[in-house]
Design a binder for this molecule. Sequence first.
Ligand code: HEC
Ligand code: HEC
Length: 353
Amino acid sequence: MNKLHKLSLAILLSLVFIVFLIGCKKETPTPETVAGLTPYVLQIPKSLPPMVIPASNPMTEEGVALGKQLFFDPILSGDNTMACANCHKQSFAFSDSTIQFSIGIDKLPGTRNAMPLVNLGYQKQFFWDGGAADLESQVIGPIQNPVEMHENLNNVLAELNAHPTYPALFKKVFGSDKIGTAMIMKAIAQYERTIISGNSKYDQVKAGTASFTPQEQRGMNWYVDMKKGDCAHCHVLGSTFSDFEYRNTGLDSLTVDKGRGRITLNPTDDGKFKTPSLRNIALTAPYMHDGRFKTLEECIQHYNVGFKYTANLDPNLDNIKKGRLNPADVQDIIAFLNTLTDTEFISNPKFKK
Ligand code: HEC
Ligand code: HEC
């Protein structure tokens, strides 16, 4: 066989292989969608962009309902006493009351402040350090975490598979006789994507149905003013109120928690944390990854005078003058931040058990 023949044979074989693959794909039923389920239609407020739903986990009414049931069910924890909802409470924008560190089933505290669960469908990575690459894989983190729900996945699966009602619910949503880990992840992620907040006073002012007080308006001006608050550089004004990038805000001279550096193993990421959204921020005290600040005033004074000139300090803070905000400016910014509270969101019966 000459070279040309060999080449055409190779091309022919590849084509046959591709046709074979396409053929296979057609015949494989997609386990994620089962005929007879109702597609879930997300209600996106005007202030937020459309949400991109992963093709591998299409949202259905039944899937969201199952995810919600699991979110509130202590069956996912080691001793069946603790649900996701124990640390993520709706009245606190799905953060954990006013405590600094949540207490897990073994009565041990963690080292990071529980995050609010708001508009998660717009984020790419999860946890303060972005250690979970998508919303689905985030779910197993707290179940297995020894200072949180401290449970073994095989136990959860055994309990769910032996449960009087769960097997039928899972079968309806995922078409499988046996409950698997991926199904738990998908169902909870579907529910999490419905937890959307976009009807705060800020949004109503944008829509022309409410107006700021003079103090709130001044606060917003300082928030965006690069020589004053300069908050909008990172907590971008409007929409999700963050660009979700990782930054070192100079909390410590010497890094205690490596944050993003723990994930990337790159020393230039040490002390960097995901920029959180500021929606509903008045409800989620205490603040920062380690809950060190009790009030919004303490947070703003950190940016005003408190931050340390550490190695990885964000350039936006490095370049800004300390003490640029006077006490009245700080109060103005707090007044503006209070307009990001969405009272309809925290009482919405859709998210409840
Ligand atoms: C014991 C308290 C506790 C329990 C129970 C708990 N969480 Fe959390 N959650 C936390 C803490 C603390 C963090 C921040 C962890 C970190 O960054 O290392 C967090 C972070 C998250 C995040 C990341 C949010 C973001 O913006 O990146 C999601 C999503 C989440 N939890 C969902 C869940 C789900 C789903 C469950 C149940 C399977 C659950 N949590 C159970 C305390 C808890
Ligand atoms: C350089 C980017 C940057 C700037 C500028 C910035 N922030 Fe932050 N902000 C962050 C990051 C990153 C965190 C998380 C830090 C951590 O936990 O270690 C954070 C955390 C916060 C928190 C706590 C959130 C929570 O859920 O615990 C508040 C409140 C806050 N910032 C308000 C402000 C205000 C108000 C301004 C303007 C005065 C401002 N930020 C300026 C990046 C920034």
